[in-house]
Design a protein around this ligand. Structure first.
Ligand code: COA
Length: 373
């Protein structure tokens, strides 16, 4: 078995952003208009959203969005991202390629020396050709590429696959790319979810190292793990089967087929499952949470992360131990924990342990135990 390291990390954040106040103003404007007709039809009024609720319930203040244009327009409430011709670079491949190039730059590795590309995201633009293959061509990587999707645990699942393929010797250098373009799938008219997600792309370069070679400032990946258990509490019914379910098959409905979430159920279930996952995974390696210098957790909810760590440690744990990026970036799905890792590792010392842990739809949980070289 080879040893495997994370030799490069890349993050791409869009320039456009949206505050809670802006999203709430737009949703509430739409609600006022809807309620005027609902009242006339004798229907219960829709409820308004509140920026205070969003911050206190989730910890989110702001999010970056790939395309702001169209989202706040109460007549549209979706980003305006024009279709591209088949011979143009896809929107998602462009987003992912930028993060991949940043990871290669960070590692000082030429794309031609990469022999595996995994596009691992909660949302994929199409079924085929694989977005991973398009990124492979765009950056000039060799070997093979494929797509993989496991909700907000996609990056950790991609890392799990890449780590084991590199360790086994099947591949030498693997890129795990997570281009999360979620706002295009978000229902900005649903007050339960309209504030949750932001867009971001990340990439991890996983590389085999020989013998006892050490690369100062990089992480050795000691082990990875995935756990899943079926749940409908976070669900998207968006599918190629949507038109087949319609009497008028020329109609492709989106209403009702976008992201749905029963956030409070997810909160409870995932908090319990994740803290057990953390404690058990670490214990398999003879470690307890207090021997781990840093936790890069999934960035969905600040209170949830505090609770998971409190259960795992038996006491409150501060942001230096488990940094948050969601207050300014929102929930960037599978990209969130990788962004937390990217922004919070340069102060770590040789021999320090770190745990990347993500959780989300499926349910799915993914973990990677890292040690600074
Ligand atoms: N503005 C104002 N009030 C709102 C609201 C909004 N945008 N959305 C919901 N509410 C109301 C609810 O109707 C409810 O009102 P009620 O008490 O009168 O019934 C109340 O606020 C509490 O709603 P609830 O859904 O229980 O809120 P919550 O405290 O659970 O927070 C989330 C909601 C989504 C922030 C939180 O559940 C969460 O983050 N869950 C985890 C999500 C997750 O990890 N997903 C996996 C990865 S994607």
């Amino acid at each position: 078995m080879n040893r495997a390291i994370i030799s490069g990390i890349g993050v791409t954040l869009p320039e456009d952003s949206l505050s809670n106040e802006e999203l709430v103003e737009s949703l509430n404007l739409w609600v006022d208009r809807e309620n005027a007709t609902r009242l006339a039809d004798g229907l219960d009024p829709l409820q308004k959203s509140s920026a205070d609720f969003i911050y206190h319930a989730s910890g989110i203040r702001n999010r970056r969005v790939h395309t702001r244009d169209g989202i706040l327009d109460p007549d549209r409430m979706a980003p305006r991202i024009p279709a591209r011709a088949d011979d143009e670079l896809s929107v998602q491949a462009e987003f992912g390629a930028a993060a991949a190039r940043a990871a290669l730059d960070d590692a000082g590795v030429d794309a031609a020396d990469v022999d595996l590309v995994i596009c691992a995201g909660s949302h994929l633009q199409r079924l085929y050709p694989s977005i991973g293959i398009e990124i492979q061509r765009e950056i000039g990587a060799q070997g093979a590429a494929f797509d993989l999707s496991l909700g907000c645990s996609s990056a950790a699942a991609g890392l799990h696959v890449a780590f084991n393929l590199v360790r086994s010797g099947a591949h030498r250098r693997a890129l795990v790319i997570t281009p999360e373009l979620i706002t295009a799938h978000l229902n900005f008219r649903d007050r339960q979810t309209h504030f949750i997600f932001g867009d971001a792309a990340t990439a991890l370069l996983i590389e085999a190292v020989d013998g006892d070679e050490q690369r100062a400032g990089r992480f050795e990946v000691l082990d990875t793990r995935n756990w899943t258990q079926f749940s409908n509490n976070i669900r998207s019914n968006f599918s190629y089967l949507n038109r087949a379910a319609e009497e008028d098959a020329s109609r492709v409905p989106t209403e009702g087929n976008l992201i749905k979430q029963q956030g409070n159920k997810v909160f409870k279930d995932v908090t319990v499952a994740s803290h057990r996952f953390i404690v058990d995974f670490l214990s398999e390696h003879g470690r307890t949470p207090d021997t781990v210098r840093r936790f890069w957790l999934h960035q969905a909810n600040a209170r949830m992360n505090q609770m998971i760590l409190k259960l795992a440690f038996g006491q409150e744990v501060g942001h230096d131990r488990a940094p948050m990026v969601l207050d300014r970036l929102g929930n960037t799905a599978a990209a969130g924990a990788v962004i937390a890792l990217y922004e919070n590792h340069r102060d770590m010392k040789a021999g320090d342990y770190g745990l990347l842990c993500t959780y989300g739809a499926g349910y799915s949980i993914g973990g990677a135990l890292l040690r600074m070289m």
